[in-house]
Write a protein that binds this ligand. Structure first.
Ligand SMILES: NC(=O)c1ccc[n+]([C@@H]2O[C@H](COP(=O)([O-])OP(=O)(O)OC[C@H]3O[C@@H](n4cnc5c(N)ncnc54)[C@H](OP(=O)(O)O)[C@@H]3O)[C@@H](O)[C@H]2O)c1
Length: 323
């Protein structure tokens, strides 16, 4: 069951960069189900098959090749940036640099394409932790920015999109999402596997570090609702209750019938998981969806991590994962 939306007034041609990703493939399905026409940017045969199977039209192109994207986006009414190169395993500075390029150059390319093909709407994916507070208190869309080094490119991408919209006169909607989780998301699968193996500790003294998350299906419904609303603005797309990694992981392990995760010191966690991961799990990121709900009328189908994790486990049971 999807979040209920009113009937569409007009069918749009939707161009999605990142159409083969965890978020993007849900976007293809949902926009098609709503009666829109979808063009998915792809880079290989597997991508073509995936987009076609979901009812979209694949067109080849690469965010680092502007002309290919302009050609692929021909006919679009709305352009969506849902691409990423966030490193999965073994993140290195070189891998983060590629992600920075997808954000900065990718936004430049896609906003240029929006103007060139005459689309009147542009939708940008961003992350809520660009604005988290140094003291860990709750923040909202108006809070000052405090990006860590890996999030600076997301701030720049927001700015590039806003300036392009002002310059060319198209609508720019920016959705800052909480931390994603989903049965098919790399980090959720890695966490599930590690919990079953007893290899995913909780960091001592991190119980107050509340993180705002979003189940990826709800992120997808937020994109559809925003695209159809056609409003310029910036919103936080998160579920109703921020939760600590300690609570999320303990509950996740319990649902997987795994033993409760071991608690380790921050020092030990840094040696085992690396500094970046420890920072992410111990830095509070509490924000709310109040403004987004009020402005767009969206509501999450999975309002807390409990409903979301139930659905993750249900999906995995039918896939025999993790083994
Ligand atoms: N809030 C969060 O916790 C969180 C976490 C991760 C990502 N995100 C954000 O969510 C969005 C999508 O993430 P995801 O999980 O769906 O990622 P994903 O599953 O890794 O998918 C990445 C997508 O980006 C495409 N892509 C990468 N580099 C490209 C390039 N140079 N040109 C064209 N396409 C390119 C990939 O295409 P190929 O299939 O051709 O490789 C794929 O479609 C991104 O905007 C990202 O910043 C948020």
């Amino acid at each position: 069951m999807y979040f209920p939306l009113p009937s569409i007034e007009k069918s749009m041609q939707v161009f999605i960069a990142g159409s083969t990703g965890v978020l993007g493939r849900r976007l293809v399905t949902r926009f098609v189900d709503r009666g829109h026409t979808v063009i998915g940017l792809t880079r290989d045969d597997d991508g073509d098959e995936l987009v076609e199977a979901r009812g979209g039209e694949p067109r080849r192109g690469d965010l680092f090749d502007e002309e290919s994207v302009i050609q692929a986006a021909k006919g679009a009414d709305i352009v969506i940036h849902a691409a990423t190169a966030i490193p999965t395993d073994n993140p290195t500075p070189e891998k983060w640099a590629v992600n920075d390029r997808v954000r900065r150059e990718g936004t430049q390319t896609l906003t240029t394409a929006t103007a060139e093909v005459g689309a009147d709407r542009y939708l940008q994916q961003s992350i809520v932790w660009v604005a988290r507070q140094p003291d860990g208190t709750a923040f909202d869309e108006d809070s000052p920015l405090h990006p860590d080094p890996t999030a600076e490119s997301a701030v720049d991408a927001e700015e590039i999109a806003r300036e392009a919209g002002e310059h060319h006169g198209f609508i720019v909607s920016i959705l800052r999402c909480g931390q994603f989780y989903a049965p098919d998301a790399f980090h959720t699968r890695a966490q599930g596997t590690a919990l079953v193996r007893g290899d995913r500790p909780i960091i001592d003294d991190s119980d107050d570090a509340l993180l705002s998350r979003i189940y990826v299906d709800d992120a997808a419904s937020a994109f559809v609702a925003t695209a159809e609303a056609g409003r310029s603005g910036l919103w936080h797309v998160v579920d109703d209750e921020p939760v600590s990694d300690a609570e999320f992981s303990t509950s996740f392990a319990d649902r997987l019938d795994a033993s409760a995760p071991e608690r380790v010191s921050e020092e030990k966690a840094r040696q085992e998981m690396g500094d970046g991961r420890v920072e992410l799990l111990t830095t509070p990121i509490p924000t709310s969806n109040d403004t987004f709900r009020a402005d767009i009328g969206w509501e999450p189908e999975y309002p807390t991590y409990e409903e979301g994790l139930d659905h993750v486990i249900e999906t995995w049971e039918s896939d025999d994962f993790p083994v």
